[in-house]
Design a binder for this molecule. Structure first.
Ligand code: 3HC
Length: 691
């Protein structure tokens, strides 16, 4: 019948088939909305059409509004109006969903009179994760379809539901059997002639106010300062009894208000930043095939990596130092996977196959002869790691990539102990590795491009956010962590208590404070690292001994019952002995403790992150400033809705960042050394203004 470049319409025996074809994800750009609007009018005017099907070309149904348009003024036709016109058609329209129907895409499907889903498809309203709320009727149509309680869950979390759940909740009317389009046509055939059912014509849900009261606390707690989930809940409550038109008008107001907010800008930035990370110098190299993975070390990290790989379909051989440890490592990894079965992330049959044959454990390196990639996750000691790599070099295939999971050590120095330094990289996972989303691929200078590409491909296969880093102490993430941990120690010695500092972290939006985190990770690990670095430390640098003293006295944090906090009771409380050590250290250094506000604390912590991040960028350790933000958000709990420290620095401007550092530097000039920022400022020269 008619075709625009992105939306086409054909008729098959009285059935109109609308196809959206806007690769890669069929986002609803202005041109697509325009094409849809014209197509809908064509159908409305054509009496020979008895029913319609809305389907998408390519790998997915519409994945949402075009996020790239959000920073620009809205352009007609508006999506909500297009959907209203679609729903108003007087012949049945079926949405045929494959891939992901998200945000505006799912709202488009809700404007259709029925939804047929492919068995592997998912639906969801992820708008809150972008700092907005559904803006094309989602907050009004979904409750009328599946009820308020389920809608609150879907909309305030932004989570996706698979086809089975969608069918159960009523978001899908059928799951396709066999060919998707054929299935949808058969479904439609049975509906032709019956009156169409429009969600907008259903009465409001009139949910009990108790539902909202109950949801309020967990939604706010999960949001940790992010406003969109809270606004979404407020809007659902406010419009629960409203007529449809009023609900739509209020939705549009709230949506528009949030669209240009700082939080939405930051969340859009990090969304695209997470997609930039794969643009690496090695992007064109062909990754080697990795089917067999070896893991050295059956501790928390090794077994977590093994579990992540098994979940992604790889076969794993775990190597430990003796048979008993190997058995223990296997049962530990299986224990993690049992948790995955319980959480519905792994089918029982897959678990059984893993336990029977896909996961092996051994004390013999020789069993790694067929491994395509080996990850060493042994004790964090360079001599231990070098000995392992010498061994691996002897037993593995020459083309096998050898990776170390070190979190601080020099990957180049480890690679140098092998005859194939070009095949050695760092793969820095975060614990627990089968849950945490981040991996740093650490690239020593000798590494070959295809070895690096293989590391990246593995990270992606494991479903990880994979960021390239150069070699230095701590790479991107732990180097910044060291900097702000040091600053937190200075603050502690100067007068703030660990609990005050931790509270400031939490009110900033981090899930936990730096001292709680250390207690959880184990102070002994930090202690070992400090001892390893002791010889390289500049003697003129200010050094806080508090954690060393705690460790000397056997207080390693949670694992020993005390550290900065005491864990004897139901809830952790500040540990008296730790407080006494702090007081004693202040006296020894002649420091008169002073008060710090939460804002002052976080200002220093943030500036410490930015300052170190600037050096990391300047030295080429990170490829882009946004890569640093991706690491901080996904590995260290930096609030996503703030975009990341480097994004915040850009918002603040380099001149202002430096001014604020200067204000703090009177205390610890040695710490700050903002040379990278100064360099950036001078590079900007006279054009400097907004940055
Ligand atoms: N708008 C613009 N571009 C988008 C986009 C969108 N909604 N979704 C994805 N893209 C782009 C990506 O930036 C990427 O571009 P690049 O190749 O230039 O880097 C490309 O499409 C492919 O995306 P992915 O790399 O993410 O591909 P995957 O296959 O891994 O994932 C996806 C596909 C699950 C659809 C994922 O891209 C995604 O989650 N997209 C966002 C979905 C979303 O949040 N939708 C809601 C938008 S807000 C909205 O709809 C408001 C409404 O209520 C009015």
């Amino acid at each position: 019948m008619m075709t625009t470049s992105l939306v086409s319409l054909r008729q098959d025996d009285g059935i109109a088939v609308i196809t959206i074809d806007n690769p890669p994800v069929n986002a609803l750009s202005q041109a697509v909305r325009q094409g849809l609007a014209e197509t809908i009018e064509a159908i409305a005017a054509d009496n020979t059409v008895r029913g319609a099907i809305l389907i998408c070309a390519g790998k997915t149904f519409v994945a949402g509004a075009d996020i790239r348009e959000f920073g620009k003024p809205p352009a007609a036709p508006m999506l909500r109006d297009v959907i209203t016109r679609l729903e108003a058609l007087d012949r049945p329209v079926v949405a045929v969903i494959h891939g992901t129907a998200l945000g505006g895409g799912f709202e488009l499907a809700l404007g259709c009179h029925y939804r047929v889903m492919d068995k592997d498809a998912v639906v969801g309203l992820p708008e809150v994760t972008l700092g907005i709320i559904p803006g094309a009727g989602g907050t009004q149509r979904l409750p009328r379809l599946i009820g308020m309680a389920a809608s609150i869950d879907m909309i305030t979390s932004g989570r996706r539901a698979d086809a089975r759940e969608a069918l159960k909740l009523g978001m899908a009317d059928a799951i396709a059997q066999g060919d998707l389009l054929m299935s949808a046509k058969n479904f439609l055939a049975a509906k032709i002639g019956s009156p169409v059912r429009r969600l907008s014509e259903r009465p409001p849900t009139a949910a009990a106010s108790a539902i909202f009261a109950e949801a309020g606390k967990p939604v706010a707690a999960r949001a940790r300062g992010q406003i969109s989930p809270v606004r979404a809940l407020d809007l659902l409550e406010e419009t629960a009894s409203s007529n449809f038109a009023h609900g739509m008008a209020r939705e549009a107001e709230v949506f528009t208000g949030l669209r240009n907010s700082d939080q939405a800008r930051a969340l859009r930035y990090i969304f695209f930043a997470e997609r930039e990370i794969s643009k690496i110098p090695e992007a064109d190299a062909k990754p080697r095939i990795v089917a067999q993975l070896g893991v050295i070390g059956g501790g928390l990290m090794g077994t977590g990596i093994a579990a992540a790989a098994l979940l992604a379909g790889l076969d794993v051989t775990l190597v430990e130092r003796d048979a008993a440890s190997a058995d223990l490592a296997k049962s530990r990894a299986l224990g993690l996977l049992k948790g995955s079965v319980e959480r519905g992330k792994l089918a029982q049959t897959d678990y059984d196959a893993i336990a029977a044959s896909r996961l092996r454990s051994t004390a013999s390196y020789a069993e790694l002869s067929s491994a395509d990639l080996v990850i060493e996750a042994a004790f964090e000691d360079i001599a231990v790691k070098q000995a392992i790599f010498r061994e691996l070099d002897k037993v593995t295939k020459p083309q096998a990539v050898l990776a170390t999971n070190t979190s601080y050590l020099d990957v180049g120095a480890i690679a140098a102990t092998t005859a194939r330094p070009e095949n050695v990289i760092g793969l820095h996972f975060f614990s627990p590795a089968h849950i945490m989303k981040l991996v740093e691929v650490v690239v020593p200078p000798e590494a070959q491009a295809d070895a690096v590409a293989t590391g990246f491909a593995l990270g992606r296969k494991l479903g990880k956010i994979t960021v390239r880093a150069g070699v230095c102490d701590g790479f991107i993430g732990n180097r910044i962590l060291s900097a702000y941990r040091k600053q937190a120690e200075y603050l502690m010695e100067d007068g703030a208590s660990p609990a005050e500092i931790d509270a400031a972290f939490r009110s900033f939006g981090l899930p936990m404070g730096v001292f709680e985190m250390q207690d959880m990770a184990g102070l002994d690990i930090i202690w070992a690292n400090r001892k390893a670095l002791a010889t390289r430390r500049d003697p003129s640098e200010r050094y806080v001994r508090i954690v060393d003293i705690l460790c000397e006295r056997g207080h390693f944090g949670r694992k020993t019952g005390s550290g900065y906090y005491n864990y004897a009771g139901k809830a952790p409380v500040p540990d008296e002995e730790a407080l006494a050590i702090i007081a004693q250290e202040r006296r020894r250094k002649g420091i008169v403790p002073r008060h710090f506000t939460a804002d002052e604390i976080m200002d220093r912590i943030l500036l410490a992150m930015i300052n170190e991040g600037s050096h990391i960028l300047d030295e080429g350790i990170a490829l882009r400033s946004s890569d640093i933000d991706v690491v901080m958000v996904n590995g260290y709990g930096f609030p996503r809705w703030r975009g990341g420290p480097m994004f915040m620095a850009d918002q603040m401007g380099t001149r202002e960042t430096l001014r604020r550092i200067e204000a703090h530097a009177t205390d610890d000039a040695f710490f700050w050394k903002p040379s990278a920022l100064l360099k950036r400022l001078s590079e900007m020269g006279s054009s400097f203004g907004t940055h």
